[in-house]
Design a protein around this ligand. Structure first.
Ligand code: 5GP
Length: 189
């Protein structure tokens, strides 16, 4: 059976990638979302097993040792990882999977899975990103500052990605992402 597509969507925190991915999954119900493991605290609206598997740092480290992740990253003070078993089960069934992972994670993924397709959602500017993160208000002040610093580093890596989608206007960004996903999963590109 032909393998499904492995699609990573990355962007600095606050770029609107979660919103875009949610809409994409609604339009493509046959595509699976890869639920990552993380050691960060659950936000109020998040659901265990839907947004993330929330695990302790000890459990996370054990999983690293047991080679359970295809990629993992320490992002500020927390760990995030993609389960190898989830990804391989899905693509081996011929279904496509979307990974919402950070920029370094996506670049590492591509080293293991050359066929992975990497999409980067580009924010209008660092200033706008900082403004959006402040409005979102899901992080404390220190975490917010760390996310802004990290975003600057992440932006410098955008040209290593296969496709860039600018998110200045959410509707346009969404339309472009959906078109891309359609082409990728229909194997046109
Ligand atoms: P947040 O704490 O805002 O949910 O996520 C922080 C960052 O971690 C985001 O850029 C998100 O895409 C990324 N992330 C989530 N899951 C994974 C993962 O499994 N691997 C990697 N490398 N990054 C992840």
């Amino acid at each position: 059976m032909k393998k499904g597509k492995l699609i990573a969507i990355s962007a600095p925190s606050g770029t609107g990638k979660t919103t875009i991915i949610r809409q994409v999954l609604k339009s493509f119900p046959e595509i699976i979302f890869s639920v990552s493991a993380t050691t960060r605290a659950k936000r109020e609206y998040e659901v265990e097993g839907k947004h993330y598997y929330f695990i302790s740092e000890e459990e996370f480290k054990k999983k690293i040792e047991n080679n359970e992740f295809i990629e993992w990253e320490k992002f500020y003070d927390y760990y995030y990882g993609t389960y190898k078993s989830i990804v391989e089960n899905v693509i081996n069934q011929g279904k496509s999977i979307i990974l919402e992972i950070d920029v370094n994670g996506a670049l590492n993924l591509k080293k293991i899975y050359l066929e992975a397709v990497l999409i980067y959602i580009v924010p209008p500017s660092i200033e706008e990103l900082a403004r959006r993160l402040k409005i979102r208000n899901t992080e404390g002040k220190t975490d917010l500052q760390k996310r802004i610093e990290r975003a600057t580093m992440e932006l410098s890596l955008k040209d290593k990605f296969d496709y860039l989608v600018e998110n200045i206007d959410l509707e346009k960004a969404l339309k472009k992402t959906k078109l891309l996903i359609e082409k990728i999963t229909k194997k046109e590109i």
